[in-house]
Write a protein that binds this ligand. Structure first.
Ligand SMILES: NC(=O)c1ccc[n+]([C@@H]2O[C@H](COP(=O)([O-])OP(=O)(O)OC[C@H]3O[C@@H](n4cnc5c(N)ncnc54)[C@H](OP(=O)(O)O)[C@@H]3O)[C@@H](O)[C@H]2O)c1
Length: 366
């Protein structure tokens, strides 16, 4: 932490905004935005990192600024790297451009980068100011942080519920509880993630498509994942019928070779491992470079994730209706807690209205 002004705060916020423009287009790398301000306090360059463009946000902004960068300040959403990866070190570019001050909220969690970028800059007499909007910067790259720190994808559990906590009218009927505004929000959530995951019953009952229909560009198609040990996924389901267009993975320990062959013909990839072992499922997804997974249910899958504590974020979208039917499935059907102390508790709660619906988001306390 160093000295910073209102202007620093404003420019750092702008760097975060620029970084956010890359949502859907950077994974498995982080979101990065950069603003270059000249000696007179004028913005002379701005950059957003997009994976397929290869060039980093700092370099884009510095190129725009040209000679005006000399003696100026770089506002960057995440620590610049000091190693050679797909591109030369960004720290070199900042030093060469004559930047005198770098304002950057947080260190990069990637062990190749962490702390080293700031160290190199300081060794070159560049003032480095950290800590401004650190929480916001961390949240922006929360998937990237979990991916590096836990060596598994970020897991976000999302469910749509009635006010009495039901997720459908009954287990065998597809029920859309959410409003159009909420459904739009769901596609935004899908857009943020690399994969979407459901249980076999959800495929059988709802016959969902599970695609990203946000209309926004994404670098890699959303990977659809079904946990299905008995391999009950219907061959004529929409997921299977569209697997040639959208990557689809089924985790199953079934040895039903004939069905595996038929699914393979439809381009569904069956990974023969126990779908009940969620640690191993996530390990496999990590090895496939999947940085984040949106878990969309149903109740048993939500229960399994809650029981295993393999959840990094929760979003429940409530619609203003009461199903009031005792046989209607509740949102989470796992072993659950036997005391309030062992209940899965959330913190940093955010409440957002989506038309008449309400989205509640939180993070596990442990
Ligand atoms: N409102 C919402 O947000 C929402 C979202 C999705 C679904 N739904 C509704 O939820 C209902 C379906 O939920 P559901 O609980 O019946 O089914 P589910 O959670 O979709 O699927 C459960 C099945 O998944 C398989 N499975 C594989 N790995 C598992 C694991 N690690 N843990 C638990 N199960 C695993 C099991 O079958 P095998 O033993 O054969 O593997 C299990 O029977 C439907 O009514 C659907 O409409 C609502």
């Amino acid at each position: 932490m160093g000295n910073f002004s209102e202007f620093d705060l404003k420019m750092t916020r702008r760097a975060l905004e620029l970084a956010a423009l890359g949502v859907g287009q950077v994974s498995p790398n982080p979101l990065v935005g950069c603003v270059i301000v000249d000696k007179n306090g004028q913005i002379v360059g701005e950059g957003t990192y997009i994976y397929d463009n290869v060039v980093h946000a700092e370099v884009i902004a510095l190129e725009q600024a040209g000679e005006k960068a000399r003696g100026g300040t770089a506002y960057i959403s995440l620590e610049p790297h000091a190693h050679t990866g797909r591109t030369p070190p960004c720290t070199d570019a900042l030093i060469k451009a004559g930047i005198k001050r770098v304002v950057c909220p947080i260190e990069d969690p990637n062990p190749l980068v962490s702390g080293r970028g700031f160290k190199v800059l300081r060794e070159h007499q560049i003032e480095v100011v950290t800590g401004i909007l650190a929480e916001e910067a961390h949240k922006l790259n929360e998937k990237f942080f979990v991916w590096h720190r836990k060596k598994r994808p970020f897991v976000h559990l999302k469910m749509a519920l009635s006010l009495d906590g039901r997720i459908s009218l009954n287990r065998t009927v597809s029920t859309t509880l959410s409003s159009q505004i909420s459904l739009k929000r769901v596609h935004e959530l899908r857009h943020e993630h690399d994969a979407i995951l459901v249980g076999s019953n959800t495929v059988i009952t709802d016959n969902p498509l599970l695609t990203d229909r946000s209309g926004r560009p994404r670098r890699r198609p959303l990977v659809r994942i079904v946990l299905d040990n008995r391999l009950r996924i219907p061959l004529n389901s929409r997921i299977v019928e569209t697997a040639k267009d959208f990557p689809t993975i089924v985790f199953s320990n079934s040895e039903y070779e004939e069905k595996i062959k038929l699914l393979a013909e439809k381009k569904v990839k069956v990974l023969q491992q126990d779908a009940r072992n969620l640690h191993k499922v996530l390990k496999t997804l990590y090895s496939l470079q999947i940085q984040s997974v949106l878990v969309e249910g149903g109740a048993k899958i939500a229960g399994a994730f809650v029981d295993s504590r393999l959840i990094d974020k929760v979003s429940f979208i409530y619609s203003p209706l009461i199903v009031g039917r005792s046989t209607a499935p509740v949102a989470v059907e796992g072993r659950g807690a036997d005391s309030l102390e062992t209940a899965f508790r959330l913190k940093n709660i955010d409440v957002k209205k989506l038309g008449e619906d309400v989205e509640i988001t939180g993070y596990p306390t442990e």
